[in-house]
Design a protein around this ligand. Sequence first.
Ligand code: AMP
Length: 152
Amino acid sequence: MSEYYQHVLVAVDLTRDSGLVLARAIRIARRNQNARVSIIHTLEPLGFAYGGDIPMDLTSIQDQLDGHARDRLAEVADEHGIPREDQHVVVGMPDAEIHRFAGERDVDLIVVGSHGRTGFALLLGSTSTGVLHGAKCDVLAVRVGADGEATE
Ligand code: AMP
């Protein structure tokens, strides 16, 4: 295992916190001899949400959602200089898809956001908890404050 991270995967939910989480990941990548940075957003499959309840073909709606997600991801990622080939929108459950991507692309650090929730949710959101459990590499949860500023 290298002393430095070589491939950092940033998982984003496309909320306005995403740019903060990405910026933090990029700073870490720079400190790791300019590690590669990939960014991923997962879309829940419509068929999964609605099962067989809706008697219609959901393909074109799924394609539209996919297109919107790609546009929004590009807005966030382009601003930080992430090349298009390192921007990924995939359909599936976030933790499973993030783990799969990380395994297939030799990712050695996954970066997620975490909210300052109180109570049972504690510091981690449900997605970040899911990503942490079962990850085969390091996972960094970037605390995103209530005011939207990533905290050190
Ligand atoms: P949550 O569990 O929804 O509070 O989200 C916490 C973190 O999980 C976010 O800041 C992202 O890093 C990640 N995340 C949530 N939803 C997604 C998604 N659909 N695709 C990729 N990452 C996500």
